[in-house]
Design a binder for this molecule. Structure first.
Ligand SMILES: Nc1nc2c(ncn2[C@@H]2O[C@H](COP(=O)(O)OP(=O)(O)OP(=O)(O)O)[C@@H](O)[C@H]2O)c(=O)[nH]1
Ligand SMILES: [Mg+2]
Length: 205
């Protein structure tokens, strides 16, 4: 896909995560676009997209179990996200996987106890299988007590070694609800700088 005015190949940043982790809140805070927040989960399979110049921003539908949504529909959502990522991996500059800091560890452990691969972990590995650059946006950090040890637990669940601080280039601590999204902005800006697209930095300042 080329973008009309600049004739440049479109690059893309995708936001994905379990339903209700705060993807839409985050996007709205970060780029000031009106992204639907808190609507009934699992209603649409279509990603919510907009352009910042020729950078495409994609808010993928939330995945995982949702109250009031049939299992079959959850599977459908998951497949549609997988298909979307596979079909567009060439142009995806960065995948931002958003997690809810307050519930992530418990959720992962609950799945693991049932001998199932937790869906967040599955997606995290899938993104790497596609060779994508992945940043974990640890949202809702206002819910954390002992931040240091809880973050160590989180990175371990994702298959990374603690201490979490050695992964500063992959992990952004944010509180979307309060507009505290600076760490993620910085990581995105560094990626844009790396591909010589400083002209796009203004969108994340
Ligand atoms: N405590 C806390 N709540 C937050 C934060 N960010 C978002 N929320 C709340 O989390 C809920 C879900 O937010 P959304 O932005 O709609 O979540 P989503 O990931 O887009 O959900 P889906 O579109 O269903 O996938 C809302 O009630 C938000 O106010 C945060 O940093 N801290
Ligand atoms: Mg949303």
């Amino acid at each position: 896909m080329v973008c009309g005015r600049s004739n440049r190949v479109v690059r893309e940043i995708v936001f994905l995560g379990r339903s209700n982790v705060g993807k839409s809140t985050l996007l709205r805070q970060m780029v000031g676009k009106k992204v639907r927040v808190g609507r009934k989960p699992g209603v649409t399979l279509k990603p919510n997209q907009f352009f910042l110049d020729d950078l495409l921003i994609t808010d993928l539908p939330g995945f995982g179990f949702m109250h009031g949504v049939q299992k079959q529909k959850n599977e459908q959502i998951k497949s549609s996200i997988i298909r979307y990522l596979e079909e567009n991996s060439d142009r995806i500059l960065l995948a931002v996987q958003v997690i809810d800091a307050g519930s992530f560890v418990d959720l992962v452990d609950r799945w693991s106890m049932r001998n199932e691969i937790p869906i967040d972990v599955e997606f995290f590995h899938f993104l790497h299988d596609l060779d994508l650059d992945v940043v974990i946006a640890v949202n809702k950090i206002d819910k954390l007590g002992d931040i240091e040890s809880e973050l160590d637990e989180i990175v371990q669940r994702l298959g990374m070694y603690p201490p979490w601080r050695q992964w500063r280039d992959k992990i952004a601590l944010i509180c979307a609800k309060k507009g505290e999204v600076g760490e993620l902005r910085e990581l995105i800006k560094s990626r844009l700088h790396d591909i010589k697209r400083d002209d796009l930095l203004k969108h994340f300042s």
